[in-house]
Design a protein around this ligand. Structure first.
Ligand code: AMP
Length: 588
């Protein structure tokens, strides 16, 4: 028998994504939503107009036969139209499945088929990709290009012409014919604006249970198939509500936000929703994410806060240094998705007076779970470097570290353990429910990250457990090595990987991209490291490379590097000799 209790006498209203749109359209109707297009021109709209168009979209989806629980895919950059999908699809009870166009075709096929998307909304520039995939995506009944009729017609001609580019005349004609055939075979190819045109601008958003699924996002899947994380309306609202708090993003109606992080990377870290809650001006950057384009948009739209992965801030920093100034109104940047190197955040803070918010999270945590924010009791010297670490858990998230035996590790700021999380916006299983065993261990989600926590609850991620370098039974943090190397002004990017070593099990190899025009040498890199890490951590070798491989979400791909350097041998390691070669050498 359940324990009796007195029910609180307050209204019970489910936490629904549609409530954000209703609020934004009433309380912030005239606040702008700005989109940068492929040509660099901007299109202006408002939260009020966006709500009307989201209602039109919901009617249109209804007319296409999209029902509750149906998955609707998006293959698109950040734009106001994409934002309309963010509200209309979950608002009407269907599930928004954001897809990363930078994934390999086989991953895209897997993801769309696994999700069984029935409609996919895509950027017209991605038409050639769509055409090459569609035949293998039998569940998709509607392909909608995010543009008007004229732009779709132009995209079709362009895709056909481009198919023959750089080919001999005969081959070009054949490739163009194949493209034309594929485009003609796309089920129900149409443009977005015609779809919306005649629909009413109000929609009775249904009162769904707050635990209903709202959005689906697949993990990057560095090993095995990508895994689907299914967010609910409740988890999305809880995440967005907490992430606007002063000690998190400190978001308000006075802000102008530019999410550089794509809307296909963990829902642009919740900004499409947290932006609607506070009713701030939104600036959607489209596909042009190079330092110059991002700078210009931040500058001209007077953006106050922007959010993205470290590689993006690295290229913006280069532009800012070259132009000798910061974008006019920029006050703070949130950095996450990978460790923010201290040298990078120091440059923003010390050279340009921009606050850097370093946060940690993952697809399975919606994603923001921790963020570095000082308190006024934090000693000045600690506060100054707090952003080197990933910060404390947000309210609603619990964080703990455990040793290999599953015992909690002491919070002394040094001892490391496997990082586990639990909370209102943490996944408890992967999509579809029931297919695989729950990943939880005693109710905790194992993150795969290794971290220490100090007595104030500040978390420092020392590595991904797959990336940690295991040398002589001890662990070397690849992140620490990279951060130390990045302290050299001639180093633009660095990656440390562990490679097999017969004596030590693994030893570090450091790959370095020189800053343009810099002459930095191997010895200089090792010198700068010597002052910052233990002697036995020093890499056995430093190799200079032109560039480093990045994943589809802009992080350095250690997996690719480990594969590329699989056959590399350190100088102190005997070359591997095959049995046959050894036999020849022995004169057998
Ligand atoms: P994803 O699910 O693709 O967003 O990747 C999540 C992973 O990115 C985490 O488990 C971490 O390994 C890494 N990550 C995210 N934010 C940070 C950060 N601030 N510092 C270090 N690693 C991070």
């Amino acid at each position: 028998m359940s324990t009796p209790f007195i029910r609180g006498q307050m209204m019970e209203q489910p936490l629904l994504i549609s409530s954000i749109l209703t609020h934004a359209s009433q309380a912030h109707a005239t606040t702008e939503v700005v989109s940068s297009t492929a040509t660099g021109a901007v299109v202006r709209s408002t939260w009020g107009q966006l709500a009307g168009r989201a209602a039109q979209l919901a009617h249109a989806l209804d007319a296409l036969g999209i029902k509750r629980e149906t998955r609707v895919g998006t293959l698109a950059w950040n734009s106001a139209r994409h934002l309309e999908l963010y509200y209309a699809v979950p608002g009407m009870g269907a599930i928004l499945h954001t897809i990363n166009p930078r994934l390999f075709p086989e991953q895209l096929r897997y993801i769309v088929n696994d999700a069984a998307d029935q409609a996919v909304f895509f950027d017209p520039a991605l038409l050639p990709l769509v055409a090459s995939l569609a035949a293998d995506l039998p569940t998709v009944r509607h392909w909608v290009a995010l543009c008007n009729a004229g732009e779709l017609a132009a995209a079709v001609s362009e895709a056909t012409a481009a198919a023959g580019k750089a080919l001999a005349p005969d081959d070009a004609a054949a490739a163009q014919a194949t493209m034309a055939r594929r485009l003609a075979a796309l089920p129900d190819l149409r443009d977005y604006e015609s779809l919306l045109q005649t629909q009413p601008t109000t929609f009775a958003w249904p009162e769904l249970p707050e635990t209903a699924a709202a959005a689906l996002c697949y993990t990057s899947g560095t090993t095995g198939n990508p895994k689907g994380v299914l967010y609910s309306h409740r988890s999305t609202l809880m995440h967005s509500l907490v992430s606007i708090a002063p000690d998190v993003l400190n978001l308000s109606a006075r802000d102008t936000v530019l999410p550089v992080v794509p809307m296909f990377h963990v829902n642009a870290w919740g900004l499409p929703f947290s932006g609607g809650i506070v009713g701030c001006k939104m600036v959607m950057p489209g596909a042009r994410l190079d330092g110059d384009s991002v700078f210009d948009l931040l500058d001209s739209e007077a953006v106050t806060i922007s959010v993205g992965v470290p590689t993006v801030w690295l290229s913006l920093l280069q532009t800012m240094r070259a132009r000798g100034r910061k974008p006019s109104a920029l006050k703070r940047l949130m950095v996450g998705g990978a460790a923010c190197p201290p040298a990078l955040s120091d440059a923003y803070v010390n050279e340009f007076g921009i606050e850097v918010l370093h946060g940690w999270g993952m697809t399975e945590t919606s994603p923001i779970a921790a963020l570095a924010a000082p308190r006024n009791t934090t000693p000045a010297e600690v506060a100054a470097t707090l952003r080197y670490r990933q910060g404390r858990a947000l309210f609603g998230i619990r964080i703990e570290i455990f040793d290999q035996a599953g015992q909690p590790v002491v919070h002394d700021g040094r001892s490391t353990g496997n990082l586990m999380v639990r909370g209102h916006w943490v996944a408890d299983s992967y999509f579809p429910a029931g297919r695989a065993q729950s990943p939880l261990v005693d109710g905790w989600f194992p993150t795969g990250d290794v971290a220490n926590i100090d007595h104030e609850g500040i978390v420092q991620i020392t590595d991904r457990s797959k990336d940690v370098i295991k040398s002589g039974g001890e662990w070397i943090s690849s992140i620490d090595l990279e951060n130390a190397a990045l302290a050299h002004p001639g180093v633009a990017e660095a990656a440390a990987i562990g490679l097999p070593h017969p004596k030590w099990d693994e030893r570090p190899l450091l790959l370095v991209v020189r800053r343009e025009g810099a002459q930095v040498t191997r010895e200089q890199v090792l010198d700068v490291l010597s002052g910052k890490v233990a002697r036995w951590w020093l890499p056995n070798d430093v190799i200079f490379v032109q560039s480093l491989p990045h994943t589809a979400t802009g992080k350095i791909s250690k997996l690719t590097l480990r594969q590329e350097y699989r056959d590399y041998r350190f100088a102190d390691v005997e070359p591997i000799v095959t049995h046959a070669a050894r036999a020849t050498a022995a004169g057998q």
